[in-house]
Design a protein around this ligand. Structure first.
Ligand SMILES: *Cc1c(COP(=O)(O)O)cnc(C)c1O
Length: 417
């Protein structure tokens, strides 16, 4: 075992030494003695966020008070932040806005897209999509009736064959939250368009982790969150993308005053802004949006290609470690074997995945569990090193082989898993 560890350690050290993103780790505040492999659920804290939070609280809110809407440009923050997210998702200016959550933004694009379709009401999605995505369609159905919005769920392999002229909207999550399986965005979007279908992509597990080219793929609409790989902090606001070509026809139903063509005219009739601003509903959450704005600066001057390349190296190395430590029989890989077909995570299945995850956390390796039996490891290229990957795999091996996880205290389910 020792010899094996040493050779893996050598591989890790070499990989870390030549890593072009190595210096980015210093931009984050990472707790001592913890290997954090859950950046796909809550990104770690960029140091600069602390300064920004203090400045916004003390100076902007505390001292400059309401004048900050103008002097500190709070009013444009949803656009400013949206434009910082745009290059990360492959979008030209004027199409991305920071606001609300994925759930609420999905409601907007779903309703608006369905309204743009004539005589079609079917929303096609994947059975194992993230629940909130499916719930938002179900909620919309309960509001407008099945004749206007009807959800059809199919398995991953049946998506392409189900694209026909009855479908109004194809709504998919780009990287599956359980398996990490990545869809071919360009191909599916094109196939859908050939049938007159509008396409909505959920980028929750993609933005900040994989290369995206929304404009190039001619995506119609997209939504995403910023607290995962974009490190915006717990509950940080999400984003919405509406392709420029749709902005004049698209109308989302949450007629908030901030989405009005001229909010400060206080007109009693709603008139949607003809720009991406229409997607603002109410007043933006300035505190968390400011922290997110600061967090995004860690992506300044970074090519997403480098992030993707490192992400693939990390996930490949984790699989190599599992295999060389002879864990790959006990822990069945539920992510695709082909690195180009998976996002920045590795999921393995085990009937005691929950207890194993708790035992890992107890020993300083933070991963997470997804029902029913998935142990999920997220690899954030900006702050995860190969040596962390190896040490996590070694500890995982010790826990599994010794059955140290087999204790009552590791089986107690917390509210958040
Ligand atoms: C994390 C996640 C969400 C979360 O939605 P919120 O409204 O931001 O809570 C939605 N969809 C997917 C695919 C996710 O992974």
């Amino acid at each position: 075992m020792k010899v094996l560890h040493q050779s893996l350690q050598q591989i890790a050290c070499i990989a870390d030494n030549v890593d072009p993103l190595a210096s980015k780790r210093e931009l984050f505040d990472l707790p001592e003695g913890v290997i954090y492999l859950d950046g796909n659920s809550l990104g770690a804290l960029p140091k600069i966020c602390k300064q920004r939070a203090i400045e916004v609280i003390n100076q902007q809110w505390g001292t400059d008070l309401i004048s900050s809407w103008n002097t500190h440009n709070w009013i444009d923050l949803p656009h400013v932040v949206g434009e910082k997210i745009a290059p990360i998702i492959g979008a030209q200016a004027g199409q991305t806005l920071c606001c609300d959550s994925i759930s609420v933004n999905l409601f907007k694009v779903l309703s608006g897209a369905l309204k743009m379709q004539v005589n079609r009401s079917l929303v096609l999605s994947q059975s194992d999509n993230f629940p909130t995505d499916l719930y938002m369609v179900q909620g919309l159905t309960s509001l407008v009736g099945e004749q206007h919005c009807k959800l059809k769920l199919v398995a991953e392999d049946d998506i392409a064959p189900s694209l026909n002229s009855e479908v109004a909207v194809l709504m998919l999550t780009h990287v599956n939250f359980r398996s990490g399986c990545i869809h071919d965005m360009k191909r599916l979007t094109q196939m859908a368009h050939e049938q007159g279908i509008l396409v909505i992509w959920d980028l929750a597990h993609s933005a900040g982790a994989v290369e995206l080219a929304l404009d190039e793929c001619e995506v119609d609409f997209a939504v995403g969150c910023t607290y995962k790989y974009l490190n915006g902090g717990p509950g940080a606001p999400g984003f919405i993308y509406v392709a420029k070509r749709h902005q004049r026809h698209f109308q989302q139903p949450l007629y908030g005053w901030m989405g009005h063509a001229s909010p400060f005219a206080f007109d009693k009739h709603y008139q949607a802004s003809p720009t991406i601003s229409q997607n603002l509903t109410g007043t933006p959450a300035i505190l968390s949006m400011s922290v997110l704005d600061a967090a995004l600066s860690v992506f300044d001057n970074i090519e997403m290609r480098l992030i993707r390349e490192k992400s693939i190296k990390l996930t490949e190395f984790f699989i190599q470690c599992l295999s060389e430590l002879e864990l790959n029989e006990t822990l069945a890989l539920s992510s695709p074997q082909d690195p180009t077909k998976r996002g920045s995570q590795i999921s393995v299945a085990h009937k005691d995945a929950y207890a194993i995850c708790q035992a890992l956390i107890d020993e300083g390796v933070i991963a997470d569990f997804r029902a029913p039996d998935i142990l999920r490891f997220g690899f954030t290229p900006l702050y995860t090193r190969h040596i962390d990957v190896l040490n996590a795999a070694i500890r995982l091996g010790e826990i599994v082989n010794s059955r140290r996880y087999d204790q009552a205290r590791f089986r107690e389910k917390a509210k958040v898993t």
